[in-house]
Design a protein. Structure first.
Length: 319
C-alpha cells in the first residue's frame, strides 16, 4: 500500500527537477536579462545575459542595488523614489526605458518589462524584470533622426520639398518643406491630389493635371514650371518634377516627386528684364548707344541703339 504513493511522490519530484532544470537552462540561454530584486531594490537574482549586458562576471550583480548603475546621482535618487512609489501604490506594471553604465564604463540603453513578485497569499515580495539591450536600436533611431533633421534643413535652405502619392490608397505624403511652400500647417492640413490642384494657379491647372496624368499613363517622368495662387492673391512660382513606379504587373502604384520654390529667381529675372527694357527705351529716346569690349577675347557687346546709330539692325552683324 505504501509503494505506490512513494512511487507517485518520486515521479512528481522527478518531474519538478526536470522542470527546474529546463527553467534554469532557459534563463541561462535567454538573450534577455532577467532580474529579481526585493522591496529595497537589492538584486536577489540575475541571469547570465543580465551580467553580460552590464559587463559583470556571473554572480557579481547579486546584492547590488538596481540604482547603482544609473548615470547620475539624480537618476539614482529618482529610481529609488519610483521604487518606493511602486511598493506603496502598486500601479499596473508598464515597461520603461533607462540608460545604465556598465562595469567597463560604457552606456547601454535598456528596455525594462517588469511585474510584481508575490507569495502564495498575494503579499508583495519584490519585483521581477526582463531587461533588453536596445542600444543598437537607440543608436539607429538617433542616426535616423539626425539624417532626417539634416534632410529637412537642406530642403529648407534649397526650398525643395518632396512628396509621395500612393495610387492604391490615394494617400498623399508631403515633406515639411512642401507644407512651407504651400503655406499649410502639417498638423491641420490633410494633403490630397485635389487640394494640390486647387492651390495651382487656375491658368496652369489643366497643364499640371495633364502633365501628371500623362506621366502615370505613359510611365515617364515629367518636369514643368507653374504657379501657385494664394487666397490673398499672391503668386509663387515652382518647378514640379515627378515620376511613377509600377508593380511587377506594370500597374502604376506609387508616384514620387519634388517641388521647388523658384519665386525669387523668377522675380529677379523679371526685374532684370524690366531694367534692360527700360534702359533700351531710354537709349532709344536719347539716341545714345552703349558698348562693352572684352579685352581677353576681343569681342564687343553693343546695345540695340548702338547698332541703330551705326546703321545696322540690332544683332544683324557681329560686333
Amino acid at each position: 500500500m505504501t509503494a505506490k504513493p512513494c512511487q507517485a511522490l518520486e515521479h512528481q519530484e522527478s518531474g519538478l527537477r526536470q522542470s527546474l532544470t529546463r527553467l534554469e537552462t532557459l534563463l541561462n540561454t535567454l538573450p534577455h536579462g532577467v532580474e529579481e530584486c526585493d522591496l529595497n531594490g537589492l538584486i536577489t537574482y540575475s541571469n547570465p545575459a543580465h551580467h553580460r549586458i552590464l559587463g559583470f562576471e556571473p554572480g557579481q550583480l547579486v546584492g547590488q542595488s538596481i540604482w547603482d548603475f544609473e548615470l547620475t546621482p539624480e537618476a539614482s535618487a529618482a529610481l529609488r523614489d519610483h521604487l518606493a512609489y511602486l511598493v506603496r501604490e502598486q500601479p499596473e506594471p508598464t515597461p520603461f526605458f533607462t540608460v545604465n553604465r556598465t562595469a567597463d564604463n560604457r552606456t547601454v540603453h535598456l528596455r525594462v518589462d517588469w511585474d510584481y513578485k508575490r507569495d502564495g497569499d498575494g503579499s508583495l515580495l519584490g519585483f521581477i524584470a526582463v531587461i533588453t539591450d536596445v542600444s543598437e536600436t537607440s543608436r539607429n533611431n538617433a542616426l535616423l533622426a539626425q539624417n532626417e533633421a539634416r534632410l529637412a534643413e537642406s530642403q529648407r535652405l534649397s526650398q525643395i520639398g518632396n512628396w509621395e502619392l500612393d495610387l492604391v490608397s490615394g494617400v498623399l505624403w508631403w515633406s515639411n518643406e512642401v507644407y512651407r511652400i504651400f503655406e499649410l500647417n502639417p498638423d491641420e492640413a490633410q494633403p490630397s491630389y485635389d487640394s494640390f490642384l486647387a492651390a495651382v494657379h487656375p491658368d496652369d491647372r489643366d497643364l499640371v493635371d495633364q502633365a501628371y496624368k500623362e506621366s502615370v499613363s505613359q510611365k515617364t517622368s515629367y518636369e514643368l514650371t507653374h504657379r501657385l495662387q494664394f487666397s490673398d492673391g499672391r503668386i509663387k512660382h515652382v518647378i514640379e518634377r515627378g515620376e511613377t513606379h509600377c508593380d511587377k504587373q506594370g500597374s502604376p502604384v506609387r508616384s514620387v516627386g519634388s517641388v521647388q520654390d523658384i519665386t525669387k529667381r523668377v522675380l529677379a529675372r523679371e526685374a532684370l528684364q524690366k531694367s534692360e527694357s527700360m534702359l533700351a527705351e531710354a537709349q532709344r529716346i536719347a539716341r545714345c548707344g552703349s558698348w562693352e569690349l572684352d579685352l581677353t577675347t576681343g569681342r564687343a557687346l553693343w546695345s540695340d541703339e548702338e547698332f541703330r546709330l551705326l546703321g545696322y539692325e540690332p544683332g544683324s552683324v557681329s560686333a
